[in-house]
Design a protein around this ligand. Structure first.
Ligand SMILES: C[S@@+](CC[C@H](N)C(=O)[O-])C[C@H]1O[C@@H](n2cnc3c(N)ncnc32)[C@H](O)[C@@H]1O
Length: 278
């Protein structure tokens, strides 16, 4: 049974009992995390001033904060602009949880539009004044193969690599990259070296985003867009740390999560023992 909790900025989230993790950083706050780790690092405020239609890929729809805050940011920056949002989510009961949240005043109207949609097979569609949202239900690893790009921004928000490992592999990042406009930015809260190295191996240039509610910087990735740079220290760690080891799936992305983790741990142990007995 998932339990509801209040986060640092007063907005609510849930602890997911399957993954034993919160949907949001409790220290940053659910709303604050969406704005500062996803929506602004992807440049939604800027994109809506440059284009009338902006396509967003939202991996891990969850409680819908990233989507709602993106819509709010678009409305504030250009009320004429339109967001076309494709979300992926595996939990078909997610809307029950959203209905239990007390939604912050500034997002109420947007959430009521998000919740006004309907299902057709595994796709939920909702139309709002300045957005259309399609949530495709199923395993992201399979759904991603069927999508058509190009997307202008990607919110990459699965549970942490330790518990949701299959979502953080080089194969998954390569599939997402194929769907992105060359200037699009992918944003994720993760600061894991394995994730950063995985993004690099998938062919992304990566950068760091100022921390919110914790010490570590979050991560952005792009093919050739503008992103903040990596620090020298992080560049060094990515080249020299034994932990800069990406997670790997099979080419068709169907290895069990435990197998992906097991392979990674074996390789890590190998690297660590070579380091201590060169
Ligand atoms: C950290 S939460 C997302 C929070 C959300 N972005 C928000 O703003 O409220 C991660 C989400 O990813 C979903 N997820 C995890 N593994 C998945 C998979 N293999 N395929 C699709 N969705 C997955 C979970 O069900 C969960 O809702």
């Amino acid at each position: 049974m998932d339990s509801k909790i209040k986060t640092a900025d007063g907005t609510e989230t849930f602890i997911n009992s399957e993954f034993n993790e919160a949907y949001h950083s409790t220290k940053a706050g659910a709303y604050t995390e969406s704005l500062h780790k996803f929506v602004l690092p992807c440049g939604i405020d800027r994109l809506v001033k440059e284009k009338e239609r902006v396509r967003v890929l939202d991996v891990g729809f969850g409680l819908g904060y990233n989507v709602a805050v993106a819509v709010e940011t678009a409305q504030k920056n250009n009320p004429q602009a339109f967001l076309e949002i494709t979300s992926i989510e595996k939990d078909r009961d997610i809307f029950k949880k959203i209905r239990e949240l007390s939604i912050p005043e500034n997002l109420r109207d947007i959430y009521s539009q998000i919740l006004s949609g309907g299902f057709e097979e595994n796709i939920y569609t909702a139309e709002g004044t300045n957005f259309i949202l399609r949530v495709i239900f199923g395993d992201a690893r399979q759904i991603i193969k069927q999508l058509k790009g190009p997307f202008d921004a990607v919110f990459y928000d699965a549970f942490s690599p330790k518990v949701n490992t299959e979502m953080w592999t080089v194969e998954m990042f390569s599939s997402v990259k194929k769907l992105m406009d060359r200037r699009a930015v992918l944003a994720t809260y993760s600061a894991s070296l394995a994730v950063r190295k995985g993004l690099v191996e998938a062919g992304f240039k990566i950068g760091l985003v100022e921390p919110v509610g914790r010490k570590s910087y979050s991560t952005v990735a792009t093919i050739e867009g503008d992103i903040p740079p990596l620090t020298e220290k992080e560049r060094y760690r990515l080249e020299h740390s034994p932990y800069a080891l990406p997670y790997r799936d099979s080419p068709d992305m169907n290895l069990p999560r435990e197998k992906i983790k097991e392979n990674w741990e074996k390789q890590l142990q190998d690297r660590l023992s070579k380091q201590s007995n060169p």
